[in-house]
Each structure stands twice: as C-alpha cells, then as structure tokens.
Design a protein. Sequence first.
Length: 340
Amino acid sequence: MSSESEPRPSSDLRPHRVVVLALDGLLPFELGIPHRIFGRPKDARGRHLYEVVTCSIRPPGPVRTDADFAIQVEHGPEALATADTVIVPASYELGPVFEEGVLTAELAAALAHIRPGTRLASICTGVYVLAAAGRLDGRPATTHWADAERFQRLFPRVEVDADVLFIDDGDVLTSAGVAAGIDLCLHMVRRDHGTAIANDVARRTVVPPHRDGGQAQYIHRPVPDPQQSSTTNARAWALGRLHEPIQLRDMADQEAMSVRTFTRRFREEAGISPGQWLTQQRVERARHLLESTDLSVDQVARDAGFGTAQSMRQHLQAALGVTPTAYRRTFRRSAGVRAA
C-alpha cells in the first residue's frame, strides 16, 4: 500500500531537478529508469518539467557497474546540493552499508550535501543507503521481497512492508526490486503533475501506468495448472462496470468458479483480494474524472462506483491523503501540461 501527499510546487523558472546517485556496482537498468521516466514530461510550451543529473560520491570519472562495462559520470557529490529529489538505485558493492548497516565515510560525506527538505527515493537495495543514513527510522519502507527479511534484521527501527511495489511516505519514497523503480518514478510524476501526464509517460515507455497488486505476485510459488482458468475475464468484466454494484459472486461467475476458488486464484495472480482491487480501480477512475471533467463530486462518486460523495471522500483520503475537492484543485492546474 502507498500513501500520497500534496505535490511539491514546481518552479516557473526552472525544471524540478532529479539527481541520481551512481554507486559502484550499480545496476545499469535501474540507473536508466529515472532518466527515462523523468526525461519525458514537458509543459504546454514544450519545456521539460524535470532535469535529471547523475552524480558520483567521488569527483567526475568512471563508476563500476555489475555488468562488463563502467559508466562515465560527469558530476561529483556537490550535485546533490542542487537536487529537489535524490534517487538512490541499487548497488551490489555497498560494503559496510549492506553488511553492517553503516555508511562509509566517503558516502556519508557525499550525503551531507543534500539540503533539508529534499525529496529522497530509493530503488530496490538503494534503500540500505537511506536506512544507514538514518532517514528511515520509525518510517515505513520497502525493498526487494528477497531482501526484506535481512533488511529488517539490520534496521529494526524501519517499518518494513515487503508486500508492496513502493511506499510513498511524503518526503521519502522507497520501491521494491528492479522494475518496481518504474512504478515508483511514474508515481512521483503522477503526484507532481497528475494522472494524465504519468499515463502519457507510461504509454510512451510501453509500460502499464499502474500495476495491480504488490510483490506477492512475483514471489516464487508453484505454477498453476495451465488448464485452469485465470481471473483475467472477471477483471475485464468488472472494469466495464465500475459504476455498478459488483459482488464477489458476480466476478466469480465470470470465470465459472466458486467464490472460494476465485478469491484464492485472484490473490495468486494479482497479489491482493478482489475487494482491494476493485477499490484501487475505482480510486483511479475517480482521479481521472476529477482531473479531466467538470462533473460534480457527487456524479464522480456515482460514475466511479463509490455511490456517495462521502464514501468516495473516505476512500480517496485513505489512498491519497487528500479530499476529492483538494485533489481536483491541485491537478486541474496541470491540465495544460503534456509529455513528449
């Protein structure tokens, strides 16, 4: 599960600066995620909404990767002082950070450049760096499901949730392994500039704008019998009827399953229960309608399947941390922003 706070106001004078910290042993795929996702959005005048910069903890020069090549990084740790958002991708050479939960002197000195109030984010085991720096004490965080138990032992003051793809705790965000970094970065674009912009970036990147469920669906488990039906048809059926009351029995009937079998199969495939999935889809429908139409809050609630404005308000507060009116006021201002 993730929480979502009000977006940081963007400057009219310059794009939001995202600084990606490249550490030795980094995964090239994860390093490229922020550049791809944040490098796309532009405003109505064609100006980039983000500027993405890569830096090292040392003076400019080569940084080792986990592949058979190094990358040339043009910025040293001083770039961290210019960041509005700092992202730490995973690395396989964290040394004392990974083994003992403590920063090296060089890494601590680099992180000291980060200004108070800067948004922090990690991808996969990059979370070890944030935790070792004390930025996650008493806060929720996630990481790759295979690392979660070890991470929790090393950092007992962190509230680890290994069942989610990412966690937004306001000024600190963490993601699960590898491709979950895409989910996290799209979420930050959505939080900053609204669903339409994030969806456009996702479309151009050829990835889903929002993945259902959490990490549970990626943890190894016995492969289902290929002769058995999935729950795909039921989900497609429900998406076309979100504005109507939908019972679990109705969804199970679409797959000719018992409710018990359908519920088990659905959780295996989506990582969450059918009821949780329906609520997620209705929240997304409500967000889209609040951003893109002038429908009243009552009508949005009905069209999204919440029935009443009060019910929708409770669900949006729980999922996003804002009321429908506040959400619309924030993101209708982004109507002229586009991605290219």
